[in-house]
Design a binder for this molecule. Structure first.
Ligand SMILES: Nc1ncnc2c1ncn2[C@@H]1O[C@H](COP(=O)(O)OP(=O)(O)OP(=O)(O)O)[C@@H](O)[C@H]1O
Ligand SMILES: [Mg+2]
Length: 238
């Protein structure tokens, strides 16, 4: 598999939900930049617009205005600039959601292997890579189980494996460590950092988790729909 690279740039992004009296301005003016190989934190109070920002960047919802760039391709500038949003979502963005959405009738291995298979990777190779990811996330022993048979933390680790499976240039993670104990939370962050370095992935991690916040080198704070950048502790993960 070839690695696709390219950072993320977000300029003056605005998102208004609804119209008229009931309109909510969830993002006012967001500016953010994440380089290939970098893992940045995104923190802010409940309702500050964190999930909205990730959904815009992941092309799940459409921003109201502003600009978003992946690599050197403008994907949004006061309207989508690429014709095929499904391919963008499938091949270029890995999503780890607040709640893991695994497909209930596929076993763990096939949940992880599915996107690469849909992207045209032969089944055998996709499953082999899925098993490697499950092993690095410490859930290989559950490879044949169905999602309903897993604990919440195990489901979350499988959903992280799934987000990594297509080696997307961008990974967006919304509270990925919330259901995990501190040792497993740190091992997830270690895997994301390794992924970022080896595959030159740009990774944004939304979190309230005090265990992992000190590991970021850079953090964006979001409040009232606006971002402020801050230097993080960048604590070593070794
Ligand atoms: N589909 C929607 N329609 C209308 N308003 C919405 C919608 N989704 C979110 N909002 C509002 O937009 C604002 C930002 O919501 P968002 O989900 O992005 O916050 P968040 O920072 O992710 O919060 P949390 O930490 O609780 O997950 C909130 O005021 C929320 O009520
Ligand atoms: Mg949220």
């Amino acid at each position: 598999m070839t690695y696709q690279t390219g950072g993320i740039r977000i300029e003056n992004l605005r998102k208004v939900y609804g119209h008229g009296d009931t309109a909510v301005e969830a993002l006012k003016s967001v500016n953010m930049q994440v380089s290939p190989g970098e893992v940045v934190g995104l923190v802010g109070p409940s309702g500050s617009g964190k999930s909205t920002l990730l959904k815009c960047l992941g092309a799940i919802i459409e921003p109201t205005s502003g600009r978003m760039t992946l690599g050197n391709e403008v994907i949004f500038e006061d309207g989508w600039k690429i014709p095929d949003l499904r391919t963008l979502r499938r091949d270029r963005i890995g999503f780890v959601f607040q709640a893991p959405y695994l497909i209930p009738f596929l076993n763990v291995t096939d949940n992880v292997a599915l996107l690469p298979m849909l992207a045209g990777i032969p089944n055998e190779i996709a499953r082999k890579r899925a098993l490697e990811l499950l092993s690095s996330l410490d859930v290989l022993h559950r490879a044949k189980a169905e999602p309903s048979q897993l604990s919440g933390g195990e489901q979350q680790r499988v959903s992280i494996a799934r987000a990594l499976a297509n080696k997307p240039p961008v990974i967006l993670a919304d509270e990925p460590t919330a259901p995990l104990d501190s040792e497993r939370a740190l091992s997830v962050i270690r895997i994301l950092n390794d992924m970022a370095r080896l595959a030159q992935t740009a990774i944004i991690v939304v979190t309230h988790d005090e265990k992992i916040i000190p590991t970021f080198k850079r953090i964006y704070h979001i409040r009232d729909g606006q971002t402020v950048e801050e230097k993080g502790e960048g604590r070593s993960l070794d």
